[in-house]
Design a protein around this ligand. Structure first.
Ligand code: FES
Ligand code: FES
Length: 179
């Protein structure tokens, strides 16, 4: 029988929930999540650098937690909620998220190759640790590599976003208490 998938005979059908959309993909069992995201689903916002779990360019969220998509088989992500950088901006208007705007405002990127990974790392981290200090943020971003920025601007951007979110929450809580 001719192999029409180009992946060899050893392929399987998997279902992935990516950014709230359900995708069915026929793939080899040992294909990485990042390859399936980029090549099968055409979600090319997730970048590939080292492919060895070192650089973090491929970071996505799996059930809310930052994961190196080059170290995970796509099949392992079945049944999980996968979130990629494409989810951050408003899908209707294209308006950037608060975190993305903070990266722009604080010059948290130069070449931008590392940026999707840092955004998803920060997105997952701030969801878990909304009260994180600048020092906490500095420690977390050390997990990913950036060759351009020297990290300071990335730390400033994430800290500014965290601070703004805290202010918004506090303002919301005050409003609620007035009702
Ligand atoms: S490409 Fe995955 S950690 Fe570098
Ligand atoms: S902005 Fe170039 S590697 Fe980070």
């Amino acid at each position: 029988m001719n192999d029409t998938t180009g992946l060899g005979d050893d392929v399987q059908l998997i279902t992935l929930d990516v950014n709230g959309t359900c995708y069915e993909v026929i793939t080899a069992p040992r294909r990485t999540l990042v390859d399936v995201l980029r090549h099968d689903l055409r979600l090319t916002g997730t970048h590939v650098g080292c492919e060895h779990g070192i650089c973090g360019a491929c970071t996505v969220l799996v059930d809310g937690l930052p994961v190196r998509a080059c170290l995970m088989f796509a099949a392992q992500a079945e049944g999980a909620r996968i979130t990629t950088v494409e989810s951050l901006a408003d899908s209707g208007t294209g308006e950037l998220s608060d975190l993305q705007r903070a990266f722009t405002a604080h010059h948290g990127l130069q070449c931008g190759f590392c940026t999707p990974g840092f955004l998803m790392l920060a997105q997952g981290f701030l969801a878990e640790r909304p009260e994180a200090t600048k020092e906490d943020i500095r420690e977390v971003v050390a997990a990913n590599l950036c060759r351009c920025t020297g990290y300071q601007t990335i730390v400033e951007a994430i800290d500014a976003c965290a601070t703004a979110r805290r202010s918004q929450r506090a303002a919301g809580a005050e409003e609620d208490s007035c009702n």
